[in-house]
Design a protein around this ligand. Structure first.
Ligand code: GTQ
Length: 346
């Protein structure tokens, strides 16, 4: 009698030397009936991590670090600097008087400001002020540096959430980066220039949308909040989402960046959201309020500035104790471009 198992094992050993492997041993895993994310639901409680972020300020300067950031690593994706398979999240600290030197890279970035009001990020020659709740973009391959007012000028520590497409760019071997010759790029336009051109439901008369990334760098919280508030007062509450809007590139109507979608939602006090799931993996950053997120078999109590992640095709429902506002970002543009997006409202 031949030992089938031993024969196969010997055969697998032989073909391995030729850099081949038998599909039938992994077919089910490679072509699963539905997504089986390695990424896991996880939460970072700001009350627990803020002090650790602040401690980094005593260990290294922003200039030496280039970017003084603690990245949030999904516990199911160890050593991958990934919060989801495609996306990265980090908490960046900039102290009074500090400069994070200018560079550019092919990765797209978003900043979601958590605390502090005295920092700016310079994008393409324009300094964009940062306020808590503001969503700011750094388009692929644009020079950017970050700075903060000095202590004498009223500067305070500023912490924001960085969202980048680092993992997908890494996987595809598309990473290019350069340092700017100086520490900061020269200011070429007054602050507010990009808002005047692109945030007024108008465009410069001969504007041609030649780039998928939004020409508008900043989406300030006061305007976002007001829009959500108005819709809520008008009675617009979805049973799954509460009042939820997506951010767009005003020149195309599409996502602000080719790799990342961003959203803001309002959940009124005592909202009990219904369950849904979607194949884009999503990072949530709580702006105001508190409540409970049920993510798969986990239950996360959330409060302002907490960050939690919902992997692909894992169910989520959101409950609010008090009026709450939540920002989120996901890899939806990538998933949609590949015609893979699926959503289920349960
Ligand atoms: O601010 O340019 O969290 O290049 C990671 C990589 C921030 C940035 C990050 C970066 C930046």
């Amino acid at each position: 009698m031949t030992d089938v198992k031993a024969d196969r094992a010997a055969y697998y050993g032989q073909i391995k030397h030729r850099n081949m492997a038998p599909l039938w041993e992994s077919l089910h895993n490679l072509v699963p009936p539905q997504p089986r994310p390695q990424a896991r639901p996880a939460i970072w409680k700001y009350a627990e991590v803020r002090d650790l972020v602040m401690q980094s300020g005593g260990l290294i300067t922003a200039e030496e670090a280039v970017r003084r950031v603690l990245f949030l690593e999904n516990p199911g994706l160890p050593d991958k600097a990934s919060i989801t398979p495609a996306l990265y999240a980090g908490l960046q600290l900039i102290l009074p008087g500090e400069i994070a030197p200018s560079h550019r890279h092919t990765q797209s970035a978003l900043r979601f400001i958590l605390e502090g009001s005295t920092a700016y990020t310079a994008v393409d020659g324009e300094r964009v002020p940062m306020q808590p709740g503001d969503f700011i973009i750094t388009p692929s391959w644009t020079w950017h540096d970050h700075g903060n007012k000095t202590e004498e000028d009223g500067g305070e520590p500023v912490i924001w959430l960085d969202g980048l497409d680092i993992p997908i760019v890494y996987q595809l071997d598309q990473g290019f980066a350069e340092n700017y010759p100086g520490k900061v790029q020269p200011v070429q336009r007054e602050s507010g220039d990009s808002a005047a051109r692109y945030a007024q439901n108008m465009l410069p008369v001969r504007h041609v949308a030649s780039n998928p990334t939004s020409p508008l760098f900043s989406y300030p919280y006061d305007r976002t909040r007001e829009a959500l508030d108005t819709l809520y007062r008008h009675g617009e509450v979805d049973q799954w989402d509460g009042v939820k809007l997506k951010f767009i590139n005003p020149a195309t109507g599409s996502w602000p960046m080719p790799t990342m979608a961003t959203f803001m939602q309002f959940l009124p006090a005592r909202f009990r959201g219904r369950q849904y799931r979607t194949t884009d993996a999503t990072v949530y950053s709580v702006v105001e309020g508190s409540g409970v997120a049920k993510v798969g078999d986990r239950t996360f109590e959330f409060a302002a500035k907490d960050i939690f992640v919902v992997p692909s095709w894992v169910t989520v429902s959101l409950d609010a104790d008090v009026d709450s506002v939540i920002f989120s970002y996901s890899d939806r543009p990538i998933v949609s471009a590949l015609n893979l997006l699926r959503e289920e409202r349960i």
